[in-house]
Ligand binder design. Structure first.
Ligand code: 0A1
Ligand code: ZN
Length: 881
């Protein structure tokens, strides 16, 4: 484990390295406890660098067994090797030489799951961000692009399958039952994209013919016996390949594309060139074991990793500060793909919900950082919602500002100009400036400045002058180490909405640039005057969620109701209803604490009924509209002094009011929506299930609700319905006979299916209330649970700490104590997963004082532990700062 050195990496310290590695040839002799790695590196001194400059390579926990240059072993005085660094003190005078290194590693003992490790007896690798240095000494930085040839040797019976990046070039038998395979990747790549897989795996094969007529052999490798669960992933892969050709003109470039699913993986998946490695959760699916949400995630992540082939691999990052260059852009691309494959309107609402749930709290708390950070202590902690999701929103805004055509021209220029390079955000912005002739310098602040901008908006209408005025003021709240903020360029989508939802036309506008339904906010304050507007319109703001900002709008409740029923922009229509729900929930929260009930509660419950039954709306849209803002969403809108118990009570009260007011309507709809015919994971069928299951969630609050949910559970013919019913039973009827029975049945049926058991852990970890901490503690002893497996840890501990407000934030602090203990236990094996878990306390300062003090104690307890990893120390110290 790398312990903390306290070193801070700074963007302004970037320097090109003195040496390049033109060719990398690797030989692996695989063995669980002692794998030999022989690296032959063709090194070139960069022009202008003195021949005396030492060659310093990165390592992480390595043992050097041999070192030679141009065929001659080095003498001890010629180099200095520690586990973390290798310095060749007097490199040869020639500008090009060959360095041979031999190291030994123990994949079976690698529990951090970085570098070469074992997952269920399969050898696999994870090298992003800095895992390659756990395999051999190297210039392990993304601007060192090298051409790799990899030879893998292993016993045939243990590892019949030997895979690496690129194309297969040779294979054959060796003595003593061993065999070998050689792979060559013609595309120069950074070390973080290296991959190796060896083991016994089942294969699903297919092929894809590219636009220019080349045939690509596709393979998805899974645990033997699970091949039939990879069909959906294969279909998603082929659709992704086609979409990238159509939407971005990007073709695949090797003869083979392989995906391997492993059961121990720190993240979702990894885009290694030609050999993607996936968390099996994002590959394996059928109706019996996966929910509709799982199918959608598989489709999105398969696409995401595939799209990296151009945005990330062909054009990579100059340094890790530029992570958003590949991640923000690739998320944008996978969002667009899913929008095209499914419903664009529904997808956009889901994206915004995710952004608000994960990125907004990050941006508003102690871990806030710019989309392109300038500092880091541990790069693993920057695979964040800000870099990924906000990074994607920034790309979306570029498209909004430039328009579809200029955006595409900019992307084409990006691929043309930077193919084969390690690029920066400045390079990225420049292509759009060059392609469009626009100046994006103020816009660039979106990459450089942290924090969620807020727009305060008020409106007025002067009937006599036929003038409608919007006063818009921007502010960006201070974030750690950035107390003063600069003014941003915010593209604010808007619409003036008149009777029946019709757009209201105007003669002229002054006070800001307005084009294509977008107001360009650039100054602190704009007074935007629309002339020739006879009737007062309702104003729909941030249409399509054109900018990732918060809005403080003075708006009449009548206008909100009107927009919730009539806005022609489906996102804003959803938003209007969601804002009404939030307002009602906040009022109900204040009522729990002794305030007054909201005046419009009855109108709201009626509107919920109308939306549920509105056949002109897609079922998936209706389901999203009916799903109440979560407890954490409500907490975020309240801001300070959070008491999660009061929020839960408020939320339950509103849900009950909606259920009571719509009992017959919901029951009828629920019955009509029952699945007929065979299962299909398509978006429309999934939408119908989503609507039916949210109706169940409401109906379960009424008398006989537990019986209804139990019937739903028993008669479910797919995992979506089964898991939904189990959630309703466990969360709404915790401890009831029906809930106990369903949990036991589920466990009995799926006890040998780890991925399905994750749902069982997750559902129980999410049960609201004070008892859950004990349940979760007990479940850590369940035979299906393991502290060594990231999926298990995330399902049980991650769900409890980041998705169970009342359970985790138990008033006596027991949730936090359990959490601190567990984080430290996970850290012993896997610092990266522990650090990610620890971010669950990032919003501790918004809690009421009692909980706040207890949360702080837990953070201090983690910080006080001996030999903390760089990963965990970084998170804990920033959280406490
Ligand atoms: N580049 C991957 C994310 C990733 C990052 C680190 C990993 O290992 C610890 C694994 C995956 C992606 O964006 O999908
Ligand atoms: Zn990615």
């Amino acid at each position: 484990m790398r312990t903390d050195t306290g070193h801070v990496f700074k963007l302004e310290d970037y320097r090109p390295s003195d040496y390049l590695i033109l060719q990398t040839s690797l030989v692996f002799r695989l063995s669980p406890e002692a794998t030999r790695v022989i690296a032959t590196l063709t090194i070139e001194r960069r022009e202008g660098v003195a021949a005396s400059a030492p060659l310093v390579l990165d390592g992480d926990g390595l043992t050097l067994l041999g070192i030679a240059i141009d065929g001659r072993d080095l003498q001890p005085q010629d180099y200095a090797a520690t586990p973390d660094e290798l310095a060749v003190l007097k490199p040869p005078a020639a500008s090009r030489f060959e360095l041979v290194l031999e190291t030994e590693i123990a994949p079976a003992r690698n529990e951090a799951l970085m570098g070469l490790y074992r997952s269920s007896n399969v050898y696999c690798t994870q090298c992003e961000a800095e895992g390659f240095r756990r395999i051999t000494y190297f210039l392990d930085r993304p601007d060192i692009l090298s051409i790799y040839t990899v030879r893998i040797e292993a016993p045939h019976n243990e590892a019949p399958l030997l895979l690496s990046n690129g194309n297969p070039v040779d294979s054959g038998a060796l003595a003593d039952g061993w065999h070998y395979a050689v792979w060559h990747d013609p595309f120069p790549k950074p070390s973080y994209l290296f991959a190796l897989v060896a083991g016994a795996l089942g294969k699903v094969a297919d092929s894809f013919t590219t636009l220019s007529g080349r045939t690509v052999e596709l393979g998805i490798y899974v645990e033997p016996g699970k091949e039939r669960l990879a069909g959906y992933a294969m279909d998603a892969l082929k659709r992704s390949m086609k979409w990238d050709e159509e939407a971005f003109g990007r073709e695949y470039d090797l003869d083979v594309f392989n995906i391997v699913a492993v059961s121990d993986f720190n993240m979702g998946a990894m885009e290694n060139k030609g050999l993607n490695i996936f968390n099996d959760k994002y590959v394996l699916a059928d109706e019996e074991t996966a929910t509709d949400a799982d199918f959608a995630n598989i489709e999105a992540i398969i696409a995401h990793e595939y799209f990296h082939n151009w945005t990330g691999n062909r054009i990579t990052c100059r340094d890790w500060f530029q992570l958003c260059l590949k991640e923000g852009l690739t998320v944008y691309r996978d969002h667009e793909f899913s929008a095209d494959q499914r419903s664009r309107a529904v997808k956009r609402i889901a994206e915004v919900r995710t952004l608000r749930a994960h990125q907004f709290p990050e941006d508003q708390g102690p871990l806030a950082h710019p989309v392109r950070p300038r500092r880091y202590r541990e790069i693993n902690n920057f695979y964040t919602a800000t870099v990924y999701e906000k990074g994607s929103e920034v790309v979306r805004m570029i498209r909004t500002i430039l328009g579809a055509e200029a955006f595409r021209a900019g992307m084409d220029l990006y691929f043309e100009r930077h193919d084969g390079e390690a690029a920066t955000i400045e390079d990225f912005l420049k292509v759009f400036e060059d392609a469009s002739g626009r100046d994006l310098s103020q816009f660039a602040l979106w990459y450089h400045q942290a924090g969620t901008p807020n727009l305060t908006v008020s409106s007025s209408h002067n009937a006599r002058a036929k003038e409608f005025t919007l006063e818009i003021e921007q502010s960006v709240p201070p974030t750690p180490s950035e107390s003063r903020k600069r003014l941003m360029h915010i593209p604010l989508g808007f619409g003036l909405v008149g009777a029946g939802g019709k757009p209201v036309s105007y003669d002229d506008v002054e006070g800001a640039t307005v084009d294509n339904g977008v107001i360009h906010i650039r100054k602190r304050r704009h007074v935007v005057r629309f002339t020739g507007v006879a009737e007062r319109p309702a104003v729909s703001l941030n249409r399509g969620f054109s900018a990732p900002v918060t809005l403080s709008v003075e708006q009449k409740t009548d206008d909100q109701f009107f927009l919730a029923g009539h806005d022609s922009d489906s996102f804003s229509r959803w938003q209007a209803f969601n804002t009404l729900l939030t307002d009602a929930l906040i009022a109900a929260f204040r009522q729990v604490l002794g305030g007054k009930p909201p005046a419009f509660a009855q109108r709201l419950t009626e509107l919920a009924g109308r939306i549920a039954a509105d056949e002109t709306l897609e079922p998936a849209y209706r389901a999203l509209a009916l799903s109440l803002p979560g407890e954490a969403d409500i907490a975020r809108d309240i801001g300070k002094g959070i008491d999660p118990d009061a929020i839960l009570a408020a939320r339950e009260a509103l849900a009950l009011a909606i259920a009571r007011a719509n009992r017959e309507n919901f029951t009828g709809l629920y019955e009509r929506l029952a699945d007929k015919g065979p299962f299909s994971p398509d978006a429309a069928s999934a939408g119908r299930r989503a609507l039916r299951n949210i109706l169940l969630d409401y109906l379960a609050l009424l008398p006989e609700g537990a019986a209804l949910a139990a019937t739903h559970f028993r008669s479910a013919s797919n995992m979506t319905d089964r898991a939904a019913a189990l959630t309703v039973l466990a969360h709404r009827h915790a401890g009831s006979a029906e809930a106990q029975q369903a949990l036991a049945d589920f466990e009995a049926k799926y006890r040998n299916d780890a991925l399905v058991m994750d749902k069982w852990f997750q559902i129980q970890a999410g049960v609201p209330g004070s008892k859950t901490v004990e349940t979760v503690r007990a479940l850590t002893g369940h035979p299906a649970f393991s502290m060594a497996n990231p999926n298990r840890v995330r399902s049980l501990i991650g769900t409890f700490s980041s998705a169970n407000q009342t359970g985790f934030h138990r008033a006596d602090g027991e949730g936090y104590r359990f959490f601190a203990e567990t984080v430290l236990e996970v850290e012993k094996r896997n610092p990266q997963v522990a650090a990610r878990l620890a971010t669950a306390l990032r919003s501790w300062r918004s809690l009421e004082p009692g909980r706040q003090a207890k949360a702080r104690e837990a953070l201090l307890a983690i910080a006080a532990a001996q030999n903390l990893s760089a990963d965990l120390r970084d998170i804990v110290e920033r959280t406490l700062a």
